[in-house]
Ligand binder design. Structure first.
Ligand code: SF4
Length: 715
């Protein structure tokens, strides 16, 4: 009906961490038209295929539209009151009998900051346990830990513009072309305008990103620390360090250099260990040494490793030695996977963090958060990280778990262990927008959540930019916001402090907490500070433009965002100095052997997102790669008797999957690649998570998704 009003709403893409602005043009009764938002600084109007297909994924097919509870083994529809009473009653009685650490929340980088804030407040300040972890543990926690070690706080120094101002962009363990496509487009357009910009890709696979690289180093999986320790050693030996910067703004250089020199001072040996051509290695080292404007961006190839945190610090060390941080066109840069991995970190969504970047292990900061909340208690020790959390569920020490907006039966490593855990768990609550996922099948209570286009709040992207996700569709059925469900359970458990009228009230509390007693108890100030964003009314919150934190307000009331941190050489450690971290290279925990001779690497495809509950709805997106696959080198296929186009079984110590063999991905001998997206709910059940190594990084707790010993055989 052409007479109905047309409304255009500005919002943010819910897929990757680039955080592109999109516009949704809605005419009641028709499919919303999605376009890039030209006014958003992240993408300036451009979208990748996933973002452009958002309109095709908004139908209500398969949606969970009302609460469901299990009764005598069968699922039946329930009212919100009944379902919430059941969750609150179950949590309360388990806490009363077994203590607060017997319950847990497992949440998601798909949540809005406001949902995340409330969930964290509920667990840490009221239940009194830090047993709240998130699927960001699987994604970014090594970067979080690396940032905290080097900078004193979980801080990304630079911004996207730095990729355009750089003369060298180094992409480590990142298929940026597929996983952060609009940012990759910005790099390529910058290179067209300034051909001196060189792109170096460090990745064991020859990915789509490598096609556009000036130099590709196909390193042996897991050898990144050798490579960057070698670079540190090379820079120091050849006089490329910035001694004045190191002396004025850092500490720990000598120990870091000694650790690097111990194994990595000879480029010929580093080239052998990393299994790359020595000429290429030296071309990278010389190029890095000779170029002052270098951005080194890293993603899951770095993070998802049993030495992920050391990999991050080995990279950061090279930027500290050369003083290339906090200035235009240079710096280390963590590319986040999910749309709101950053927002979750800001509100303390990880089991070892407190809200507003405060530390669980500092008494004064625990007390600061508790006093702000006026809560009866505050978690006193770190909670269980994702992999350990589901182990504790299987062991029975955690007896109730509430899973929000994630599908751990598909996405966690050793995913069959998660199945065993949920099968034994006394109370499994799942909040989701989809009725039937691998995980919802194990729920005792299912709570219908709002999806993208229906929910309202904020997200933070990889460059610390806070953007609004705005609703442009009505809530379907009885679906409600996740923050609302958590508040309702909290109230039913007798907790005060959960009377929020809406997302804006929650954001305001979050912004006020960020500057609460900042600098009073510690020598240094926390950098994460939203004091310039407090006091917004509904209207101001609804009109909020994308803005990069910290956001401060000066005495005249002027608000300043911060595109770059550390420009003044001051870091967040109490003494203001950045820290070099001595990193000793070590191989992945499980080596390949005669029984499991190949190293499995996992990752995303260009056109799918996570477990396909949304992107799987678009026929156009499915057209790119219609089914799961096992990609390996043709010679390995020959050796193990499997053939291109035929089904093969991939088996690890932990599980198995079946998929068709391909040779398309430029895989080196000895490696295999399989995508992460397929689940038991898709036509071909190929849950690669069932195979993945549950070994984790000792500092960050992030699992080793990029290195699982496997064997392949005909199916
Ligand atoms: Fe969405 Fe990421 Fe694509 Fe941007 S690049 S449209 S945020 S998936």
């Amino acid at each position: 009906d052409m007479t109905l009003p047309v409304q255009t709403v500005r919002t943010t893409c819910p897929y990757c961490g680039v955080g592109c602005g999109v516009t949704a043009t809605v005419r009641p009764g028709t499919v919303p038209i999605i376009a890039g938002d030209a006014a958003h600084g992240a993408n300036r109007g451009r979208l990748c295929v996933k973002g452009a297909a958002l309109g095709e994924t908004l139908d209500l097919d398969g949606r969970l539209l009302h609460p469901v509870v299990r009764e005598h083994g069968a699922m039946r529809r329930a009212s919100w009151d009944e379902a919430l009473d059941r969750v609150a009653g179950g949590f309360a009685s388990i806490v009363a009998e077994h203590g607060p650490d017997a319950v847990a929340l497992y949440v998601s980088g798909q949540l809005l900051t406001e949902d995340y804030y409330v969930a964290n407040k509920f667990m840490k300040g009221y239940v009194g346990s830090a047993n709240i972890d998130t699927n960001s543990r699987l994604c970014m926690s090594s970067s979080v830990a690396g940032h905290k070690r080097a900078f004193g706080e979980d801080l990304v120094p630079g911004c996207y513009e730095d990729f355009e101002l750089a003369d060298m962009v180094v992409l480590v363990g990142s298929n940026t072309a597929w996983c952060h496509p609009t940012l990759f487009g910005r790099i390529l357009r910058a290179r067209e305008a300034r051909p001196q910009l060189r792109v170096v890709v460090i990745d064991p696979r020859r990915t789509a990103t490598c096609e556009s690289a000036d130099l590709h180093l196909p390193i042996k999986p897991g050898t990144d620390v050798w490579l960057f320790n070698g670079l540190l050693s090379y820079l120091a030996k050849h006089g490329h360090g910035d001694a004045a910067y190191v002396a004025a703004h850092t500490e720990g250089f000598d120990a870091a250099l000694a650790a690097a020199d111990a194994d990595c001072s000879d480029p010929a040996q580093v080239a052998r260990i990393c299994r790359i051509d020595q000429g290429k290695l030296l071309a990278f080292y010389e190029g890095f040494a000779a170029t002052s404007r270098v951005v080194t961006a890293y993603s899951q190839g770095v993070n998802q490793s049993s030495s992920g945190t050391d990999k991050v610090n080995a990279i950061v060390n090279c930027h500290l030695l050369t003083g290339r941080i906090g200035r235009p066109g240079m710096g280390p840069f963590s590319l986040t996977g999910q749309p709101n991995a950053m927002g979750g970190r800001e509100v303390g969504g990880l089991a070892n963090m407190l809200a507003a970047h405060m530390d669980l292990d500092k008494e004064s900061q625990r007390e600061a958060v508790r006093s702000f909340w006026e809560s009866p208690r505050i978690a006193a020790k770190p909670g269980l990280k994702a992999v350990d959390l589901f182990r504790a569920v299987e062991e029975g020490t955690v007896k109730a778990v509430w899973i929000i907006a994630t599908n751990p039966l598909v996405s966690l490593p050793d995913a069959d262990q998660v199945r065993r855990a949920l099968d034994k768990c006394a109370l499994v609550v799942v909040s989701d927008i989809v009725g039937a996922t691998d995980t919802t099948a194990y729920a005792d209570v299912l709570l219908p959540a709002l999806g993208w286009g229906e929910k309202d709040g904020t997200v933070t992207n990889s460059e610390r930019c806070i953007s609004r996700q705005r609703a442009f569709l009505p809530a379907p059925g009885e679906a409600r916001a996740d923050w609302w469900a958590v508040c309702e359970v909290a109230r039913r458990m007798g907790f005060t402090g959960f009377d929020f009228e809406g997302a804006q009230a929650i954001f305001d509390e979050h912004a006020r907490l960020s500057s609460w007693r900042n600098g009073v108890h510690e020598a240094g100030r926390r950098v994460f500070d939203l004091s310039g964003m407090t006091g917004m009314d509904r209207q101001a919150y609804d009109a909020l433009e994308p803005i990069q934190w910290p956001v401060l307000r000066d005495t005249d009331g002027a608000v300043t965002p911060t595109p770059r941190l550390f420009a003044d050489g001051r870091f967040a450690h109490a003494n203001g100095r950045a820290r070099f971290v001595a990193t000793a290279p070590r191989a992945p925990v499980h080596a390949v052997d005669g029984e499991f001779p190949l190293a499995l690497n996992t990752g995303r495809l260009r056109d799918q997102w996570h477990t396909m509950t949304r992107t799987g709805k678009s026929a156009r997106l499915a057209g790119h790669t219609p089914e799961p696959f096992i990609d390996l080198h043709p010679n390995d296929a020959l050796l193990y008797g499997v053939r291109e186009g035929e089904l093969a079984r991939l088996t690890s110590r932990w599980g198995a999957m079946v998929a068709r063999v391909t040779h398309g991905g430029g895989i080196a001998r000895g490696s295999v690649f399989a995508p992460i997206h397929w689940s038991g709910q898709t036509a071909s059940d190929a849950r690669v998570g069932a195979l993945v190594n549950p070994v984790v990084d000792p500092v960050s707790g992030e699992p080793e998704f990029k290195h699982t010993p496997v064997r392949v055989e005909p199916f």
